[in-house]
Write a protein that binds this ligand. Sequence first.
Ligand SMILES: Cc1cc2nc3c(=O)[nH]c(=O)nc-3n(C[C@H](O)[C@H](O)[C@H](O)COP(=O)(O)O)c2cc1C
Length: 346
Amino acid sequence: MSQLLKLLDIKYPIIQAGMAGGITTPGLVAATAEAGGLGTIGAGYMDAAALRNDIIETRDLTDRPFAVNLFAADLNASSSNVQEMQKFLNKYRKELGLQLGSYTVKAYDYLEEKVSVILEEKISIVSTAFGVLPAKIIGQLKSGKVVLIGMATSLDEALQLEEAGYDVIVAQGSEAGGHRGTFDVKKYPDGCNIGLHVLVEELLENTRLPIIAAGGIYSKKQADALMAMGASGVQIGTRFLLAREAGTNQAYREALLRARGEDTKLTKVFSGRPARAIRNRFIDEVDASRLETLPFPVQNQMTKDIRAAGKEKVNADFLSLWAGQGVGSLNKEETAEEIVRSFAEG
Ligand SMILES: Cc1cc2nc3c(=O)[nH]c(=O)nc-3n(C[C@H](O)[C@H](O)[C@H](O)COP(=O)(O)O)c2cc1C
């Protein structure tokens, strides 16, 4: 554990997960860092200018180090077979008063530009999801003395990260909220779904790097148990969604407070990649239609206007309510400092 604290220059081994999509505001990242944890900017969907802006705003609020989270995946997938899904989604567009079929192909992949920003702004920690960064980029980040944290959902993925030169591994258990970090979703269409304790034990036995446990962790009791097993730290996503500083919208907050642990399920209906979310009308109806979802990020782009309308109309029926299995134990909004302190001090 102390090796991890030294490597990341933090007081407590509590990592606020990088959560793409407007959740990780500069206020959240800075408050987590100020409280002694590691705040993370979820930059997966950002372009370079947006990332630079968030880094500058976060630095205005804290002198402590913080991380930037990137997607190490091919984000340029396209699909020619969109008509059937488009027709199905149009019935929601009609209901929500949206323009029909407004889907356009857009690449999110600004990886090289974002890495330039990270190096220029002297960010000291980068975490990644969905794969291993290209060797050239790993070389650039290493030359800039950046600590690399990679997320794994299996031993094979952890070994790939270790071999590529990553410094720390996040073991993402099947309990985790949001997308499965699984690298090869063609081979594992529902993602690798190994329970957190089994995965942590397997990685501790077979890799040399510090392991951070992630997935369904809500209390100090759980964090302490994982650290007693040998984990060096914990990464928390869902509990930070109810942090007052987070960008979580109102309908999402209400759904998190209402949900029980058994209400989450793995779904591809929002983005085309398996992710754990609170069940809602959209998930149930797309599932019932038996339509094949399109590959990430095509499905993600196709549902974007519908999710945005859900947010605007404060209607959780149409939102991707990413959440981990322990969501049922959340019953209040807190500050990021209170969250970090509850893990550090009980
Ligand atoms: C809303 C949400 C968005 C997420 N986005 C990302 C992301 O952009 N990058 C990433 O590495 N992990 C992301 N995750 C997964 C987290 O890294 C972590 O594995 C997960 O939150 C841990 O489980 P918990 O939510 O039960 O605490 C996200 C999780 C949530 C809940």
